[in-house]
Design a protein around this ligand. Structure first.
Ligand code: GDP
Ligand code: CA
Length: 322
């Protein structure tokens, strides 16, 4: 065994993805690259907002509002209060510090800079060591068909609080989107590829669907693992199991494993779901059980260490699986 740090590539959305990234970032034996989700991106008050990428940046720089899991801690909402006074639609919660970042991103986009370069510079300015890369520099936006018609992702997620039933999900702009050089390079040079316990349908799918990304992932022969976002058939937060039910999928770790199918060779599920393991193995996917709820930094770190151990030794460290 060599002591060379392992290149770990994490596919991640917002809150769930950032929790996993936080656990991994404290590990000094790896080089962490995060391939984030741009499907939630949208324009608000003339500014380009990238919610999942920003959640990742705020989390890894400890600027995050821990109570919410998104937004900036100790932020004010003075700009938003004036926008509201002026009659603007202000259901999208954007704090003052947060606005600063959106102004910076928008201005650089206007000057013609690549979204990838802007993200890299923001991460650097926020003191983040991990590399945060984008699947595409083009605009690809998640749209959700509900009984209220087609909604933008933030309309569904924030304005409608995930209430309407989801009938269909599409990613607008895919046809012309190109993968970034950084994403393709990170996939081909990764030693381990991990899919965070992010929402598979609205956080991971928009990454996988960018032309060239899934193909590149399938081409590599390194270990590919996923952590289930569902514990006992329930999402820790957000609409994952609701979406699965309304799209006719089985809303549990088996459904998650079948959704990823042959893209992954291993799934990590919670100890409480251990009885699902035999069924998942019939899909040709290896299963390991441990505690996958990350409520604090030591749980995030412990899960990250167990996954790295598993990726190297094809088994969890003693005591994880109960
Ligand atoms: P979003 O973009 O902010 O919605 O966040 P993600 O898509 O990255 O993550 C949302 C998913 O993370 C939800 O389906 C949750 O069930 C899952 N999640 C959140 N916290 C945890 C956790 O501690 N453990 C696990 N296994 N999943 C989690
Ligand atoms: Ca998201």
């Amino acid at each position: 065994m060599t002591n060379k740090p392992l290149n770990v590539l994490l596919l991640a959305g917002g809150v769930g993805g950032a929790k996993m990234a936080e656990g991994l970032q404290s590990n000094s034996n790896i080089v962490l690259t995060i391939l984030g989700n741009i499907g939630d991106d949208d324009s608000f008050h003339g500014l380009w907002v990238s919610p999942d990428i920003d959640t990742m940046i705020y989390t890894l720089s400890e600027e995050i509002n821990r109570k919410q899991g998104w937004g900036v801690r100790e932020d004010d909402y003075k700009a938003l209060s004036f926008l509201s006074k002026l009659g603007a639609d202000t259901w999208m919660s954007l704090g003052d510090k947060d606005f600063g970042l959106h102004i910076y991103r928008t201005e650089r986009l206007r000057r013609g800079d690549r979204a990838s370069d802007i993200t890299k510079d923001i991460a650097k300015a926020f003191g983040i060591e991990a590399r945060i890369i984008l699947p595409s520099d083009d605009i690809v936006q998640t749209k959700v068909l509900t009984d209220k018609g087609w909604l933008t992702f933030q309309e569904y997620f924030v304005k409608e609080r995930c209430d309407p039933e989801v009938k269909e999900i599409k990613f607008e702009g895919l046809e012309v989107a190109k993968p970034t050089y950084e994403a393709l390079d990170a996939i081909s040079t990764a030693d381990i590829i991990l899919i965070a316990p992010s929402n598979p349908f609205v956080s991971i799918s928009p990454i996988l669907k960018i032309p060239g990304i899934l193909e590149a992932l399938k081409e590599t022969s390194v270990k590919k693992l996923a952590v289930s976002p569902l514990i006992n058939g329930k999402a820790v937060k957000g609409p994952a199991e609701k979406i699965m039910t309304s799209l006719g999928m089985q809303a549990d770790a088996i459904g998650i494993a079948s959704f990823y199918g042959d893209l992954i060779d291993t799934i990590i599920i919670d100890n409480v779901d251990s009885e699902l393991s035999p069924k998942i193995r019939t899909l040709g996917i290896e299963v390991f059980c441990t505690d996958i709820l990350m409520s604090n930094s030591s749980e995030k770190k412990r899960l990250a260490e167990e996954i790295l151990f598993l990726a190297k030794n094809n088994n969890l460290p003693e005591g994880a699986e109960r």
